[in-house]
Unconditional design. Structure first.
Length: 162
């Protein structure tokens, strides 16, 4: 059963992660989300869901304003043939729609092998912002707590400077 925003926030409470949730209109792109950042502390993210040539699933999480060149990323994470995961695969694996991709959705990925890459530059910041499974809110939490959450979900992560 896929988790909802409310269930996700309940899990954060249960495992002792402090967060602030900010409701806003639905956003589907980084540019749209930028219009709703006023008053939200921390840095914002860009979350990219890929499949590689060998059909491995990869979630890349980086700074919202960082340009991503797929060929360079392939070299840094040692893979080839990255293509964006289709909306149906995104819904099946993470339980989210395009525009709501988030590392917090790993809570829904229990039956799938998923490689999570966190940008080292992003993780150097104290506060991070992600969608809480829906694109009508932004959740602020500490970078150390993102790692705690991943551990709670039994999700390995790789921290790589992209």
């Amino acid at each position: 059963m896929l988790k909802t925003q409310e269930e996700l926030l309940n899990v954060l409470d249960k495992i002792g992660i402090e967060y602030t949730n900010h409701e806003h209109p639905a956003v589907y792109t980084v540019e749209e989300a930028d219009r709703h950042h006023e008053g939200i502390e921390g840095i914002h993210s860009k979350n990219l869901f890929f499949k590689d040539r060998k059909k491995n699933l990869i979630l890349i999480v980086t700074l919202s304003d960082k340009p991503i060149k797929i060929k360079e990323v392939e070299k840094k994470i040692d893979t080839k043939g990255l293509t964006f995961g289709k909306p149906e695969l995104l819904a099946e694996v993470l339980g989210v729609i395009p525009g709501a991709v988030t590392p917090l959705a790993v809570i829904n990925a229990k039956n799938h092998d998923l490689r999570v890459i966190l940008d080292e530059e992003m993780m150097e910041h104290e506060l991070l912002n992600f969608h809480p499974i829906v694109n009508t809110a932004t959740t602020t939490l500490a970078s150390k707590d993102l790692l705690k959450f991943m551990e709670h979900c039994n999700q390995g992560v790789e921290i790589i400077r992209l």
